[in-house]
Design a protein around this ligand. Structure first.
Ligand code: TPP
Ligand code: MG
Length: 588
């Protein structure tokens, strides 16, 4: 006979069966039964955060770095609404997450009870799915379904709203965890259509100027090894979106770097001039396409995506393939191998000649205006933010998990830290959520206790969730925070420089910034302030030293406040229309 358990105990048991080892949360009246159930077991660690938004970003960082769903537990009302920004952040980047929100007792729902919010209603536009628990019996099957939905197909956040009476310790129900999940209305397509796959391969082999355009879906879909096989066999150029960095080794020469608004010159030019774009787990978002009417005019497009709704949403596609990116690429590789070995020597040579002249053109772009070109050292005493990222890359040998916040520092990190593996670069691409950096780094550190985790932040973003420094002390998280302190909301200020004649409306703080070294020391951590170039390397040496191995270190680097992020797309232009520096614009 099945065990009889309370709803609270059932919830925790079901989470254990799902393999959950860590929950990020914050208690309150509606979830007290659940917290008591957590207290009585040892398998799942509960992390007490200082703000519910941070809990969602921690679960998100955990999910992005492991591929498993992150789990959040919040109380009703303000606890639930505080979680919304993090749920929306995960939704925009297709991150698997399960959010357990407390609700007032069923009998009070709709009565404007204390701390009542219609969480399912409030979160609806930013979740993949949501559930309301009606009685304790259904808790195990709802948990099973929630994890299934969050982690399969195009992943995303799922909310389970739990009225307090359903977890009452006095009410016991039979516990049965379902072995399988069946939902008639939810069956994501996994295998790609074989005719489309054959057609795509024919186009790839025949293309003269092919380019692979890789998005976050390639990482979520674990497609890296098949992607590497394909790109290396074809010796094709490849570019990543902000979300796709690391899907293919960033330090490999076939990688042209990030494309789009702050993409590299060579990546944007290659996209614009290509005759075949192979889009993998990428959704042609406006930060990539610039003006869709001027996007890559000569290219035929193959788009591979798990989500049929993403296909041809923004840009017309010639060969759509719906399916799991890893499986589709694996089938394509089989077809490519068969085709390649059957090709006449002359045809192979023809292909190699085409690719060589395409590469000559790309290398010309790379050497003319590659990224080092935009790393201009202006005044000797001012530290350039790009140089800080390069120093971080050296200090961590390119092997760290790097999270970032949102702004100029995020773009510099994306441009100058080369990610050779998937799931190492963790940032909020779709929603662009300031305040994401520190808590997401914490989520990564909980997943990998011995890993080097660095958070590249800006003083503006850091101040949005800095209360979590206290959580870091409680759980001994030795994160290294690199603050590119330009004493401004730098990205906003850059746009004001470029589009509003330098009128800095509310983008600076009139000398009101805290002294970050003292601030982090008040939280019990190590702070280092860097004001001169020559202090940078020693600061990194100390931060990443054996001596600081178990300590959170905050390196506050005062960088040149005048530096802009380049290249930058020209508004309304094509991908080839770029501003390369303060006084250099290229428009085709
Ligand atoms: C929550 C939130 N509010 C506002 C914005 C708009 N925004 C984008 S970048 C930015 C400035 C970020 O400043 P900082 O963290 O210091 O980074 P910097 O650009 O200076 O490197 C702002 C305000 C945002 N992305 N997120
Ligand atoms: Mg700043």
């Amino acid at each position: 006979m099945a065990d009889k358990l309370s709803g609270g105990d059932m919830l925790i048991r079901a989470l254990q069966e799902e393999g959950v080892d860590c929950i990020f949360g914050y208690p309150g009246g509606a979830v007290l039964h659940i917290y008591d159930a957590i207290f009585k077991q040892q398998k799942i660690q509960h992390v007490l955060v200082r703000h519910e938004q941070a809990a969602t970003h921690m679960a998100d960082g955990y999910a992005r770095s492991t591929g498993k769903a992150g789990v959040v537990l919040v109380t009703s009302g303000p606890g639930a609404t505080n979680a919304i920004t993090g749920i929306a952040t995960a939704h925009m980047d297709s991150i698997p997450m399960v959010v357990l929100s407390g609700q007032v007792p069923s009998a009070l729902i709709g009565s404007d009870a204390f701390q009542e919010t219609d969480m399912v209603g409030v979160s609806r536009p930013v979740v993949k799915h949501s559930f309301i628990v009606r009685n304790c019996e259904e808790i195990p099957s709802i948990v099973r379904k929630a994890f299934h939905i969050a982690t399969t197909g195009r992943p995303g956040p799922v909310v389970i709203d739990i009225p307090k009476d359903t977890t009452d310790p006095e009410i016991l129900c039979e516990y049965e965890f379902p072995n399988t999940v069946e939902m008639r209305s939810y069956n994501p397509v996994v295998k790609g259509n074989s005719k489309q796959i054959k057609k795509a391969v024919d186009h790839i082999i025949a293309a003269e100027r092919p380019i692979f355009y890789i998005g976050g879906g390639a990482i979520q879909g674990e497609a890296s090894s098949e992607l590497i096989k394909m790109v290396d066999l074809l010796n094709a150029p490849l570019t990543n979106t902000l979300m796709g960095l690391g899907a293919y080794p960033g330090s490999n020469k076939n990688c042209l770097g990030m494309l789009g608004m702050h993409g590299t010159y060579q990546a944007n030019m290659a996209m614009h001039h290509s005759d075949l774009i192979v889009a993998i787990g990428a959704r042609f978002d406006d930060r990539v396409t610039n003006n869709p009417d001027k996007f890559s005019p000569k290219a035929k497009i193959i788009q591979i995506d798990i989500d049929p709704a993403s296909i041809a949403k923004i840009i017309d596609v010639d060969i759509p393939i719906v399916g799991d990116v890893n499986q589709v690429l694996s089938s394509m590789n089989e077809v490519i191998h068969a085709l390649w070995s059957g090709l006449e020597e002359d045809d192979k040579k023809h292909h190699q000649k085409n690719i060589k002249s395409w590469w000559d053109q790309i290398e010309g772009w790379r050497s003319a205006h590659g990224l080092d070109h935009s790393l201009v050292l202006r005044e000797e005493e001012k530290i350039q933010p790009q140089a800080v990222i390069k120093a971080l890359y050296r200090a961590t040998k390119g092997e760290a998990y790097v999270t970032s916040d949102v702004g100029q520092h995020q773009m510099f990190a994306a441009q100058y830290y080369h990610f050779d593996e998937p799931r190492r670069w963790i940032n909020s691409g779709g929603l662009g959520t300031m305040g994401f950096g520190l808590p997401s780094a914490m989520g990564v550190q909980f997943a990998y206790r011995d890993a080097v985790v660095a958070c590249v932040t800006g003083e503006g973003s850091f101040m949005m969730n800095m209360q979590e420094l206290s959580t870091c002390l409680q759980y001994s998280l030795p994160i290294k925070i690199i603050n590119l302190n330009n004493q401004a909301l730098g990205m906003v200020k850059q746009w004001q420089d470029m589009q509003y004649s330098g009128r800095h409306s509310s983008s600076t703080y009139s000398d009101s910034l805290p002294d970050f070294k003292t601030l982090v020391e008040a939280f019990g951590h190590k702070g280092i302030k860097v004001e001169k170039s020559e202090e940078l390397e020693p600061a990194f040496d100390l931060a990443f030293s054996e001596e600081m191995r178990d300590h959170l270190v905050f390196v506050d680097v005062w960088v040149d406040p005048e530096t802009h992020v380049y290249p930058m797309s020209v508004r309304g232009g094509s991908l080839a229309d770029m501003i390369l520096s303060r006084d250099e614009e290229v428009v085709v």
